[in-house]
Design a protein around this ligand. Structure first.
Ligand SMILES: *Cc1c(COP(=O)(O)O)cnc(C)c1O
Length: 403
């Protein structure tokens, strides 16, 4: 029996089956490559859902984590730690925001946004509790984040935190119809990630900013997937005319080490005073050092501008697949290195993934019919070409079988 088979047998009995993983057991990676316990290689163009921004086992990321682990991993929020202070300053410098609060995941970062918005209104003696979110939005799996998530099947059977309404993504009129003195905030992704790699229509984010300004509500941006260089700029809101009041980060922030963050403007610095919110692990020195090393690798290797250039190359490659295989493909879309190949109605992206994995390439599905590319930002053009060639080959077979 292979090592994989033995582990998979244990997994089937002992892991809680809330996920449905492919039957592959990974043990190591390097750059955009992953290897299973039996030594087989895959090309990873998913990066663990846009997480491993500097690739697997980047030597400087590894060293930063190892060095910090040897010095100090945790102290609690009753004290400061050097790495965390420096990380806060570095994130604010890149984003133009003023304050940073840390946690360990994207859902937690969005819980913080949710609580921030309500508490800000409360502190000013206002009765604003309504949060406007969007259909197909994904904000995480905890109850507050789940309530803002716009896919009913994720919420089914769990109930919801009251006061969240969902409107169509891109529909400013629908948003404006809901605006009023009861609205605490609008929360939005600059590109809907899980919902299907759907970029905000031109002017939409700026329109939301305007609506918030007009009605005294906060604009909250969920940049858990789009932030940290993924779109070919540091943050998705940059160059959109929609500076947020607060923004959530996670995924690419730690490059694989769990960390999330909420960045806010100075005006919101008093909204969550001591005692109102926190997290045991938030901002611990180990997570902070991991994130600081991601920032410095992105800088020194020019990976944010590389994400833009490689994103354009990937877009061209996917565009030609879509053009050549019109019976299976509808279009390609996205920004930077968050891109989707949209399949025609009737095709299910999730069903294509095992065939791709058999061909040695890892992607994820977003929505029903989108093959999502979210490779490490260190990806080379030759690796993108290798991945797209495999996708093309698999989709040719899918087209044949559909005849
Ligand atoms: C993944 C994701 C989340 C949730 O992050 P977790 O770390 O899984 O809690 C929230 N928002 C967006 C946009 C995401 O892509």
């Amino acid at each position: 029996m292979s090592k994989s088979a033995g582990l998979l047998a244990t997994a089937s009995r002992r892991l809680y089956p809330n996920y449905k993983p492919a039957p592959i057991v990974f043990s190591r990676g390097r750059g955009c490559e992953l290897f299973d316990v039996d030594g087989r290689r895959w090309l990873d163009l998913a990066a663990g859902v846009a997480v491993c921004s500097v690739g697997h086992a980047h030597p400087r990321h590894v060293k930063a984590i190892a060095d910090q682990a040897a010095k100090l991993t945790h102290v609690s929020n009753y004290f400061f730690n050097e790495e965390n202070i420096l990380l806060a300053a570095e994130l604010c410098a890149r984003s133009g925001m003023d304050r940073a609060m840390f946690c360990s995941s994207g859902a937690e970062a969005n819980e913080a946004l949710f609580k921030l918005a309500r508490r800000y209104a409360y502190a000013r003696g206002e009765t604003r509790t309504k949060i406007i979110a969007f259909h197909n939005a994904f904000h995480g799996r905890t109850m507050g984040a789940l309530s803002m998530t716009g896919t009913p099947k994720y919420r089914e059977g769990f109930g919801a935190v009251e006061g969240v309404v969902h409107v169509a993504y891109g529909d400013l009129e629908a948003v404006n119809a809901h605006m009023g003195r009861d609205v605490a905030a609008i929360i939005v992704e600059p590109v809907q990630g899980e919902g299907g790699v759907l970029p905000a229509p031109a002017g939409f984010l700026a329109g939301l900013r305007g609506a918030c300004d007009q009605h005294g509500a906060l604009l909250l941006l969920d940049e858990v997937q789009t932030g940290m260089g993924r779109l070919g700029r540091w943050f998705g809101f940059q160059d959109t005319g929609a500076k947020p009041d607060a923004v959530s980060l996670a995924k690419g922030l730690g490059g694989g080490f769990p960390i999330g963050a909420m960045l806010t403007t100075e005006a919101l610095a008093t909204a969550l005073p001591p005692g109102t919110h926190g997290s045991t692990y938030g901002g611990n020195p180990l997570a902070s050092a991991a994130a600081r090393s991601v920032l410095s690798i992105l800088d020194e290797e020019g990976l944010v501008s590389a994400a833009k250039a490689n994103g354009e190359r990937l877009s061209a490659m996917l565009g030609s697949v879509a053009k050549d295989l019109p019976t299976v493909c509808e279009s390609e879309r996205g920004e930077g290195l968050l891109r989707g190949l949209v399949l025609k109605p009737g095709f299910v992206a999730r069903d294509v993934l095992p065939k791709l994995a058999d061909a040695g390439v890892l992607l994820t599905a977003a929505g029903e019919r989108v093959l999502r590319f979210s490779p490490p930002l260190v990806v080379r053009e030759s690796e993108l070409a290798e991945g797209v060639a495999a996708v093309r080959k698999v989709l040719v077979e899918v087209a044949e079988n559909a005849k």
